[in-house]
Write a protein that binds this ligand. Structure first.
Ligand code: SF4
Length: 532
């Protein structure tokens, strides 16, 4: 399925340090809850030893998200920090184990949920970056499910193909798939709505033991069968434009209208809403945030004071950008509401650059939304070919992508041309290749703040270079391919496992031990999930 700007790139709106941990785990949890009909007493969570999750699931918020999802909560729910306690208070027993199963993806969640000793379901899902997920296995059946449909699962006894034929003849749905495993059959139906009771009654006439499970969508933009988009790569987009110099934001609107079956006003309204969320978060960050379980305290307030009184080096708009990036990172680390754009780890570079520059230029809310849309389209080209997951691509996948997106957004704010926006994206991404992921103390704060600032500053420079018609030389699509190749050459230790780089410095390990000690002592990091 083609990525959607609102599903895959600018969003989710969420709380927590990492979208590939918190938001993705929450979505997986919600699907698992639906699989159990919201009725379960025990959860076993298993992570492969060679993956990234054994070392990061607690500190980067997977547990918080997963338990929140199992409670049926939203990604921005203010109760999320207390999700573990909340789940335990409902009587659910939680076990988390590390296993040796050789999962192919570093972010694989293996869940076993039990209602009674005899009633249990299993679900295996992967977090693919930026809060996106794929469920790849349910009860041993190999499935593919992204949370973008109403999914009705039917456990069928009898002749599977003729059941599917009968179903296909009586309903109009997007897709029907028959899965077989161990002599059992599962029919997966993807549609805009769940199968109606009328249809189910008809099906029960031929298959009386039919068992029905409904998995509600967890993504904001639904998918449809045979969705087409006008272009999927930068090169295709430029060919589509055929030299007309259509603004990048307008091409983004065309893309998202086709992808999400939305009107232009609906696309604009969704992005304006995101601008407003970002505005509130920036104000909250500058005003000051507090949270026990984090490495860095409130720093942006002093930066703001010094900036307003002319006591910083004169960086022009760049200082406001640094301020906004810092504010957003502080909101993130205090579990406030942020927009993963494209990820929570890299949530600040793009919005900080766009909102900071827009405030300097006194741009309208609509102009900010247009700039974010432009950046979103650049992000879809990355998501189509590659990933935003640091576990796969290191920080070049997170902050590198954010820098490319922000550079195109800034050119859009400056009303530069389409080729200039694309050139800015290419130059910005080129400069971020090879960036490793090595979070200090296993928290998404240090060097993440600096890397977000770097991405935004790089975007600012590349936007101006592009406006002056600097030549990026390497087309943007080829830079994405290169990032993927570089990722393949990066050791696992430098891809968000906290096993290399700054993560294993003496200071990082000491801070990690200190934070863990506070937790074990019941530090008051409200709902940190550390119940003994
Ligand atoms: S170093 Fe980069 S990729 Fe890694 S957690 Fe920090 S922001 Fe994310």
């Amino acid at each position: 399925m083609h990525p959607s700007i609102f599903n895959d790139v600018i969003g989710p709106v969420m709380r927590g340090p990492s979208s590939s941990h918190c938001a993705a785990a929450l979505r997986i949890g919600r699907l698992a809850r639906d699989l159990m009909g919201a009725d379960f007493q025990e959860v076993l969570v298993e992570f492969d030893r060679q993956g990234s999750l054994p070392t990061t699931h607690e500190s980067q918020g997977s547990d918080m998200g997963l338990f929140g999802g199992l409670m049926g909560w939203d990604a921005a729910d203010e109760r999320l920090p207390g999700s573990a306690e909340a789940l335990r208070e409902t009587g659910v027993r939680i076990r988390i184990e590390t296993v040796d199963v050789g999962d192919a993806h570093p972010n694989t969640y293996r869940l076993t949920l039990r209602r009674t000793p005899d009633v249990q379901h299993t679900l295996i899902a992967i977090s693919t970056g930026g809060g996106m997920i794929e469920v790849i296995d349910i009860d041993g059946f190999e499935v593919s499910l992204f949370g973008d449909y109403h999914e009705t699962l039917l456990t069928v006894i009898g002749d599977g193909p003729s059941f599917v034929q009968r179903l296909a003849a009586s309903v109009e749905v997007d897709e029907i798939r028959l899965h077989e495993h161990g002599g059992k059959k599962l029919v997966q139906v993807k549609a805009a709505e769940f199968l109606s009771e009328t249809i189910l009654s008809e099906l029960r006439e031929v298959s009386p033991d039919l068992q029905v499970t409904r998995l509600a969508p967890v993504l904001p933009i639904a998918s449809r069968q045979d969705t087409t988009v006008p272009f999927t790569t930068c090169e295709e987009m430029l060919r589509h434009d055929a030299g007309r110099n259509t603004p990048l934001w307008r091409l983004a609107v065309q893309y998202e209208m086709a992808r999400g079956n939305l009107t232009e006003p609906a696309v604009m309204a969704k992005m304006v809403e995101i601008v407003r969320i970002l505005r509130r978060s920036i104000q909250q960050g500058v005003a000051g945030t507090h949270y026990e379980d984090r490495v860095l305290g409130h720093q942006s307030g002093k930066f703001s004071q010094l900036m307003e009184t002319g006591r910083l080096l004169d960086g022009g708009a760049l200082n406001r950008i640094v301020l906004y990036v810092s504010a957003l990172m502080e909101v993130k680390s205090s579990l406030g509401v942020i927009v993963a754009a494209p990820t929570a780890g890299a949530c600040a570079a793009l919005p900080g650059a766009v909102m900071g520059m827009a405030d300097e230029l006194r741009s309208s809310e609509e102009d900010m939304a247009k700039a974010l849309l432009a950046s979103g389209l650049i992000g879809t080209f990355i998501a189509t070919r590659w990933t935003f997951a640091a576990e796969v691509g290191g920080c070049q996948a997170e902050c590198g992508s954010a820098a490319a997106m922000a550079a195109a957004a800034l050119v859009t704010l400056a009303r530069g041309s389409l080729p200039q926006a694309v050139a800015a994206a290419s130059m910005a991404f080129q400069s971020m290749l090879g960036l490793i992921c090595d979070p200090v103390a296993n928290r998404v704060e240090v060097p993440c703040l600096g890397k977000n600032v770097l991405a935004a500053s790089n975007a600012f420079s590349c936007a101006n270079m592009a406006l002056a018609d600097y030549d990026p030389v390497i087309p943007f699509d080829e830079v994405i391919e290169t990032a993927e190749r570089v990722a393949g050459q990066m050791p696992r230790e430098l891809r968000c496992t906290a096993l290399g780089g700054l993560s294993i410095t003496r200071t990082s390990l000491a801070i990690e031990a200190q934070l863990a000690g506070k937790k074990a002592a019941g530090c008051g990091a409200s709902g940190c999930g550390c119940s003994p």
